[in-house]
Design a protein around this ligand. Structure first.
Ligand code: IDP
Ligand code: MG
Length: 155
């Protein structure tokens, strides 16, 4: 088991729909720690870097228009297996197919406007965190509750 960090975005639809608080609550309710957080505007250049694996795909032009359409909230989220835990909490890419109880499944109805981004593996997480955050913008996780959230050997 491993203490991991993952890069989360509340996408422009989540910000416009005033869902920042509810999405952040889901992450905090799970016991994960937010160790970095800021609001920013994704530029076309940043979009191409972030979605490099999708740039050649037919939906990329629309994806770029969407992700640059308004501010996002970027977060670094930490916890045991945080990358997978967040992907599970988010639900499937197509919000229409995401299970109820997940962020996308409860709050969304679109394949493109699916409210939240989360890194899909350790390599992506490392790259994406470095893209969005300078090291001094990331803090240590609050420690007070961790003894009640998971066992030491799970870190
Ligand atoms: P993920 O966000 O669940 O990792 P990816 O397949 O990496 O999903 O796709 C990145 C983002 O591109 C999705 O979250 C969604 O906003 C958008 N997207 C994915 N597939 C499609 C599609 O077929 N049409 C339009 N937009 C898509
Ligand atoms: Mg992805």
């Amino acid at each position: 088991m491993a203490l991991e960090r993952t890069l989360i975005l509340v996408k422009p639809d989540g910000v416009q729909r005033r869902l920042i608080g509810r999405i952040v609550s889901r992450i905090e309710d799970k016991g994960l720690s937010i160790v970095g957080m800021k609001m920013l505007q994704v530029t076309p250049e940043l979009s191409k870097q972030h979605y490099a694996e999708h740039v050649a795909k037919s939906f990329y032009k629309e994806l770029e228009a969407f992700i640059t359409s308004g501010p996002v909230v970027a977060m670094v989220v930490e916890g045991p297996e945080a990358i997978t835990v967040m992907r599970t909490l988010m639900g499937k890419t197509n919000a229409r197919e995401s299970a109820p109880g997940t962020i996308r499944g409860d709050l969304g109805a679109s394949r493109q406007m699916n409210l939240i981004h989360g890194s899909d593996g350790p390599d992506a997480a490392a790259k994406e965190i470095a893209t969005y955050f300078r090291s001094e913008e990331i803090v240590s996780a609050p420690d007070a509750l961790t003894a009640h959230l998971w066992a030491k050997e799970e870190e």
